[in-house]
Design a protein around this ligand. Structure first.
Ligand code: MG
Length: 380
């Protein structure tokens, strides 16, 4: 029996690569549904090629451009509606905080969620955890670092783990001084040395907010606290992360940087099958370098560890403020280093308190965005 798969966010970078993997493994998987924000040529092409039973589109879509016999869902809640369809695997490749409600809808169906979205985990916190247990759903990470940790953690029991070591490419600027970072342009921030990704995550890689979110994400996924998570700069992105065990043994996961590999593993786990990714040939001039990730230089990391230690909604504010600041940077309203200032300002203005419902999460998120806007207003 083929496994059924839903791909939420099918036209983005991860979504597109997921469809490539599904095409290669078509004898094992059937694409049951896809979702996207826009009624784009890409979504129409995917619909024609894969003929999924369900298509969800946030904006109004013209059924004439979609195969007859497919069910077209549209509107603000289209992704959530699609996530509510029962499937063996739901791939969550929507970007940003917007993925939280679709994640909760997918969890409600039980089964496996192959998750590429970190913001929903960072913000969902305990609410997501409780829902996972209640509906017997489980998460398999797609994010390359989390996939690496997930694989490395299979080499020992959790009480044997000393710490998780997330690697970070350091982005395009990791050799620059604070002074040099002041006048970094939008184009420079969007030129990532090793990974080709969506715009927001590429910026987050340059600011290191992506790694900050991953620190919190790793804590959510694997249940280790801030003191058992470390970050190491590794510009080549060959070692995708490591787990250090109590006996001082370090298990690492290495592969050519290619998202199709962790995507495939999240689909086929616990099996391994041949992939589209080139083999790693360490015999041909691979110089693997590692540097400490200095929290005093990378403010985004310090803020993430602080938010994780404090909890009380701080991770939600960390994420929301960064999303809002990124929009302002894309809009040329603030400079590169001001992204960090905005997030710090929002966290400073926030009073941590217990988060026990989705409304609490939405409220903390809205607060963070307002706080950033207010901070930027004051700068003028
Ligand atoms: Mg990553």
């Amino acid at each position: 029996m083929k496994k059924t798969v839903l791909v939420l966010g099918s036209t983005g970078s991860i979504g597109t690569q997921t469809l490539e993997v599904l095409k290669k493994l078509e004898d094992q998987f059937t694409l049951l549904g896809i979702s996207a924000d826009h009624d784009s040529e890409k979504l129409r092409d995917q619909a024609r090629e894969f003929q999924p039973k369900y298509i969800a589109c946030r904006e109004k879509a013209d059924p004439a451009f979609y195969p007859s016999g497919t069910e077209l869902m549209t509107g603000e809640k289209a992704s959530e509606q699609l996530a509510g369809i029962k499937a063996d695997i739901t791939v969550l490749a929507i970007s940003g905080f917007a993925a939280l409600k679709p994640l909760l809808a997918a969890i409600g169906n039980g089964g496996r969620i192959a998750i590429a979205n970190k913001e929903s985990l960072v913000c969902g916190g305990e609410l997501v955890q409780t829902a996972l247990e209640r509906y017997r759903a489980h998460l398999v990470p797609i994010d390359s670092e989390q996939s690496a940790l997930f694989q490395c953690l299979q080499n020992g029991r959790r009480e044997e783990v000393k710490r998780l070591i997330l690697t970070a490419s350091g982005g395009p600027f990791f050799r620059k001084t604070r002074e040099e970072l002041k006048n970094v342009s939008l184009d420079e921030a969007l030129a990532h040395p090793t990974w080709k990704m969506g715009k927001k995550i590429t910026l987050d890689s340059a600011t290191l907010f992506n790694k900050g979110l991953e620190v919190i994400e790793a804590s959510r996924l694997f249940g280790f606290g801030a003191d058992q998570i470390g970050v190491l700069i590794h510009p080549q992105s060959i070692v995708h992360s490591m787990v250090e065990y109590k006996d001082s043994s370090v298990i690492a996961n290495l592969a050519v940087p290619d998202m199709r590999l962790p995507i495939q593993y999240a689909l086929t786990y616990p099996e391994r099958v041949p992939s589209l990714t080139n083999p790693l040939d360490l015999g041909t001039a691979h110089d693997l370098q590692f540097y400490p990730a200095d929290e005093s230089r990378f403010g985004a990391l310090k803020l993430a560890f602080d938010a994780l230690r404090t909890e009380g909604g701080c991770p939600i504010v960390y994420n929301g403020a960064n999303e809002r600041a990124a929009e302002l940077f894309f809009d040329h309203q603030i400079s590169f280093l001001q992204i960090e200032d905005c997030v710090k300002a929002a966290l400073d203005a926030y009073l941590p308190h217990a988060i026990s419902s989705i409304d609490d999460i939405m409220e903390a998120d809205a607060f963070s965005r307002r706080a950033v806007s207010a901070y930027v207003e004051r700068l003028r």
